[in-house]
Design a protein around this ligand. Structure first.
Ligand code: NAD
Length: 316
């Protein structure tokens, strides 16, 4: 089976590329990525096909999708604050980019398209847990682009019979997620700061909650969806209904690093949702064999990866 991954040089994409190259039933993995937030170093050791460029370039997508059986579409500018600063750039990469991917999948003969939407689409809807049938209420331009992503997949299924599967990722974390950019996510930022002896920045009072999913678990679901060719035009939450406040993450990080976490409280950020927790019923019905990695183990593995990265970057 031959798989194309858009955004494969990024955090989730490079973890998925590794999982696929290790799988006996996968004969080819090809990545298309413009390296806007991803890094070639993430995939250098894998020895797989790499097409460098933008998913808004139709010719480039035709080249990348040639001979493929399926596409995992992960390319996007993945940040709420980035989209608040530059909504047009997020729209072009995420919404227009998705449309280009779907058109290319159609031209390639009707490829299976699995794509990443986001829990941010639930936005201002306060109900918990987040069931896929809840009314969506995006609070940021990023969330709107993700709603467009999943809606386009559904529309291409109904209009053109394209086999699709839109996932709503929640907060994915794990090895390979970088902390060295202004839009970094909370777990890598806090582990990295703690290892460097710096305080962690807490936006608001820290009581906001998130449903964290380990990247290895996300990849197991994606691989299973590819191999069993799961088609579902309705969005599927990819999280397991665990919920923890940011303040409760702190003891987990202290245990994993063996260090004290110092907190620096600053005002809440525009566009951030207060609480998040998935209803995982639809996911569990489609993927009954996949069990999530426990947060404690996932954070410990992530802290080990950060420690090793710091050690390998240190001058000898
Ligand atoms: P990432 O930034 O590490 O990866 C995104 C990749 O897409 C990068 O390699 C980047 O260079 C590439 N890219 C961006 N725009 C592109 C374009 N126009 N053309 C080609 N390549 C482009 O982010 P990630 O955390 O791995 O996220 C992967 C996907 O999952 C994204 O669609 C994101 O919106 C979604 N998602 C992630 C999370 C999470 O917690 N990480 C949560 C919800 C949704």
């Amino acid at each position: 089976m031959k798989i194309a991954i858009t955004g494969g040089a990024g955090f989730i994409g490079s973890n998925l590329a590794r999982a696929l190259t290790d799988h006996p039933k996968i004969t080819q993995v090809r990545i298309v990525d413009n390296l806007s937030t991803g890094h070639k170093a993430n995939i250098a050791a894998l020895g797989i096909d790499f097409v460098e460029g933008d998913i808004q370039n139709a010719d480039l997508l035709d080249q990348a999708f040639r001979g493929a059986d399926a596409v995992v579409h992960l390319a996007a500018l993945p940040s709420v604050p980035r989209s608040v600063r530059d909504p047009l750039a997020s729209h072009q990469a995420n919404a227009t980019g998705t449309l280009q991917v779907l058109e290319a999948a159609r031209r390639a003969g009707g490829l299976h398209v699995i794509a990443a939407s986001s829990s941010s689409v639930y936005g201002a809807n306060p109900r918990l847990p987040k069931h896929e049938d809840l009314v969506t209420a995006p609070m940021s331009p990023y969330a709107v682009t993700k709603l467009a992503t999943e809606a386009y997949l559904g529309a291409y299924h109904h209009s053109f019979d394209l086999p699709v599967l839109p996932f709503r990722f929640f907060n994915v974390y794990g090895p390979g997620q970088r902390a060295d950019h202004p839009y970094a996510a909370v777990i890598p930022k806090w582990i990295s700061a703690t290892l460097a002896g710096e305080p962690v920045t807490v936006y608001g009072d820290g009581t906001q909650t998130r449903d964290f999913t380990y990247v290895g678990t996300v990849c197991r679901v994606l691989v299973d969806a590819l191999l069993r060719r799961i088609v579902e035009p309705r969005p599927v939450n990819l999280a397991f209904g665990t919920r923890i406040s940011l303040l409760d993450l702190i003891p987990e990080i202290e245990t994993a690093t063996g260090l004290v976490v110092h907190q620096d409280h600053v005002p809440a950020r525009a566009g951030d949702v207060p609480h998040s927790q998935a209803d995982s019923g639809r996911l569990r019905a489609l993927f009954p064999m996949v069990a999530p990695m426990a947060l404690e183990e996932g954070i410990s593995t992530t802290a080990d990866w950060f420690r090793a990265s710091v050690a390998s970057a240190a001058p000898s």
